[in-house]
Design a protein around this ligand. Structure first.
Ligand SMILES: C[S@@+](CC[C@H](N)C(=O)[O-])C[C@H]1O[C@@H](n2cnc3c(N)ncnc32)[C@H](O)[C@@H]1O
Length: 184
């Protein structure tokens, strides 16, 4: 069976190497931050963003307890402001849109008004041979609307600089899906 989380990792690993710079734009409980940190290793760098202190605390705990190298920096800042904090070009970025699992605060979900500027900023942050994953959860109304807005945005980007695919289960319209952006 197709495992979307496994596919995220495969796309990331097709580009990301030790020593690279990566960004987790929605750190949540830090699963992706941990994966990025371990992949780029002690010579690399990972920046992670979330608007909730709970996410930073949970991620910090995960990174320390799982033995991640000392290569990460966490920001309690909305992801659309990432370029203010990340000055290098990045090799990989990931958005896992939606709300913090287990927090009970579903109102603190990602919203189109900030998601679109954040994804636009992230595309601009990609260096050569880089990858951006944007995972969408259309099972709730804002997630559905985010996905439609992102499809419109990505459809307008030049194919000469980026290839952009949408990976989704066509026989399960409310299941999560993702966009993958690869720079040339
Ligand atoms: C589905 S969770 C991410 C899961 C995470 N990748 C993990 O591995 O656990 C989405 C996260 O996006 C965060 N979020 C919502 N709006 C945001 C924003 N404007 N900037 C950054 N993070 C935001 C939420 O607080 C939530 O923690």
């Amino acid at each position: 069976m197709i495992d979307l989380l496994d596919l995220h990792k495969r796309f990331l690993l097709a580009h990301l190497r030790p020593g690279d710079v990566a960004v987790d734009f929605t750190m949540g409980n830090g699963h992706d931050t941990e994966f990025l940190s371990k992949t780029v290793g002690e010579t690399g760098k990972v920046y992670a963003f979330d608007i909730q202190e709970l996410a930073l605390a949970s991620t910090r705990k995960r990174l320390i307890e799982s033995g991640c190298p000392d290569n990460w920096e966490l920001f309690r800042v909305s992801h659309h402001r990432a370029p203010e904090f990340v000055k290098e070009k990045i090799r990989a970025g990931i958005f896992n849109l939606g709300y913090l699992p287990g927090s009970g605060k579903k109102e603190l979900t990602t919203m189109r008004e900030t998601t679109l500027p954040a994804v636009d900023a992230a595309v601009g942050m990609l260096g050569e041979d880089a990858v951006l994953i944007v995972a969408v959860y259309p099972g709730h109304p804002e997630g559905m609307a985010e996905g439609e807005a992102l499809l419109g945005y990505f459809s307008g980007i030049s194919r000469f600089r980026y290839s952009i695919a949408q990976i989704k289960l066509v026989n399960s319209p409310t299941s999560p899906y993702f966009f993958v952006v690869e720079s040339k």
